[in-house]
Every structure is written in C-alpha cells, then in structure tokens.
Design a protein around this ligand. Structure first.
Ligand SMILES: [Zn+2]
Length: 194
C-alpha cells in the first residue's frame, strides 16, 4: 500500500510538471480530477472574489437583460442588449483557466477556484485558447449567433463540480425556468467596471 502512495505522488509530480505545457494542461486537469476526486484550484492569482461569486461578463457601461427559457429546461440564461449586441465584447466572469472550446457552438468553458465553471456560447469570435489562464474582465470573445442560436445573444451556464447551478452575478441568482416551465426574466446586469 505504501508503494502505491509513492507511485501516486510521483505521478502527481509528473502531472504538475507537464501542466506547464498549455496544450496538455486541460487534459491534465481532467486526469487530476479523476485521481484526486476534485478539480484543481484553477484560479491564477487573486481576483478578490469569493469562489462562486462572478461578475457580469460584459463591457463596463453596457446593460443586458437576461432570461431563462423553457426550451433550455434548466438554469441556462440568455442575455441580450436590444438589437445592437452583435460583436459586443464578452469577458471572463472571474479569474480562471480555459478548459474547453467547442467551435461549432462558439462555446468557451472556464474553470474557476472551488470547482466552479462558467460557459459562454454562440460567440462569433473566440479570443482565447484551451489551457489559457484568464483574468476577471479579460476579453474572451464577441457576442454572436453561432451554432444552436436564432439571433445574436450570449448563452451562459454556471456549474459546480460538473453540475449546472443557477447563473448568478454579484451573488444574485437568476430564477430557473423549472419547475413551471415558463420563461423567467432575471435582474438586469451591468458590465463589470474594474
Ligand atoms: Zn441559450
């Protein structure tokens, strides 16, 4: 048994070492999670936020309306700023690491401290790569109409330990479309001003 733990610690040291190569970093995160049972602390430096607290991913000075929709059947929130939001900048909601990108849906996943993850979808432009570390307020892309989308908007999901939770900004959660199955508008959000 002791031998097992020695091999385990050598393996983990190895994982830490190859984590320095950005391309393999995301995969290492997955392996790490499998072995250790919980996600790595993926927040580079201190953004001053308690894990699980996020800032709106929008440009300072702009205001967006968000709503949950029954078609999503979950906690997903779609954000719009009238009809003029195509190309608006999308920014990281907290410090984190880009863990996954799915181009056909214009989708970026960022993992954060505490097992949290934020997902941004339908972006027409993606300005980060898998493995990148990003800081709160850093631009990651632009609002688009890419993938499963019928008009320009930003689709957002928040997850903890891989499970979807309510999207929340500044500690204020959006209502879920369930259990009533109705569209439910949440609070207006203003872009984060550093
Ligand atoms: Zn959506």
């Amino acid at each position: 048994m002791k031998k097992f733990f020695i091999i385990l610690s050598i393996s983990l040291t190895g994982l830490l070492f190859i984590s320095s190569v950005p391309q393999v970093n995301a995969q290492v995160g997955q392996i790490w999670e499998t072995i250790i049972g919980q996600p790595r602390d993926d927040a580079p430096g201190d953004d001053g936020l308690t894990p699980g607290v996020f800032r709106p991913p929008f440009k300072c000075g702009l205001t967006y309306a968000g709503s949950t929709y029954p078609a999503h059947s979950d906690y997903s929130v779609d954000f719009n700023r009238g009809v003029v939001d195509l190309g608006d900048p999308i920014r990281a909601s907290a410090n984190g690491r880009v863990s996954y990108i799915y181009l056909p849906n214009g989708q970026v996943h960022i993992t954060h401290a505490g097992g949290y993850e934020t997902v941004y979808a339908h972006m027409q432009k993606i300005q980060v790569r898998t493995g990148d570390t990003v800081r709160l307020g850093e631009q990651i892309g632009e609002i688009g109409n890419v993938g499963q989308s019928t008009g320009p908007h930003l689709h957002v999901n928040h997850l903890k330990n891989g499970n979807r939770i309510k999207v929340s900004y500044n500690g204020v959660p959006y209502p879920a479309s369930l259990p009533t199955g109705a569209s439910r508008a949440g609070p207006l959000v203003r872009g984060f001003c550093p």
